[in-house]
Design a protein around this ligand. Structure first.
Ligand SMILES: [Zn+2]
Ligand SMILES: [Zn+2]
Length: 114
C-alpha cells in the first residue's frame, strides 16, 4: 500500500558523489594516469569534445592556439602544463587534479570491461 506523503522536506545536503564534475574529472584523470610523463591530456579537447587528446607538454600552447584559437589559461601549479579555456575550468582542474588525494578517481571508475 502506497501512502502519499505530502510533507515538503527539503533535502539540500550536498552529496559530493553526485557532482557531475567529479565524474567528468574521474574519467579524465583515469586517462591522465595512463598518459606518458612528457604528455598531458588536453583539458579543452576533453571538456568540449569529449576527446582524449594527448599532447606533448612542450606543445600544449601551440595546440591550444591552433585548435582552440586561444593560448588558454595555464594552471598555476608549478610543473603542470594543463591549459583551460576558462578560469572556472582551471579552478575545477586544480580541485580535482591537485587538491584531492591522488587516486581518488579510481573509486569512481566504472567497470566497463574495456
Ligand atoms: Zn585540445
Ligand atoms: Zn594543474
Amino acid at each position: 500500500m502506497v501512502v502519499m506523503e505530502d510533507e515538503e522536506e527539503e533535502e539540500e545536503e550536498e552529496n559530493d558523489d553526485d557532482d557531475p564534475d567529479k565524474k567528468t574529472y574521474a574519467v579524465y584523470l583515469n586517462h591522465v594516469a595512463e598518459t606518458p610523463k612528457h604528455s598531458i591530456v588536453c583539458l579543452i579537447c576533453f571538456l568540449e569534445k569529449g576527446k582524449m587528446k594527448q599532447i606533448r607538454k612542450s606543445s600544449v600552447e601551440d595546440h591550444c592556439r591552433s585548435l582552440h584559437n586561444t593560448p588558454g589559461i595555464k594552471c598555476e601549479k608549478t610543473g603542470c602544463m594543463v591549459r583551460a579555456k576558462y578560469r572556472g575550468d582551471i579552478g575545477k582542474h586544480k580541485k580535482y587534479c591537485h587538491d584531492l588525494k591522488t587516486g581518488w578517481w579510481k573509486k569512481l571508475r566504472r567497470h566497463d570491461g574495456a
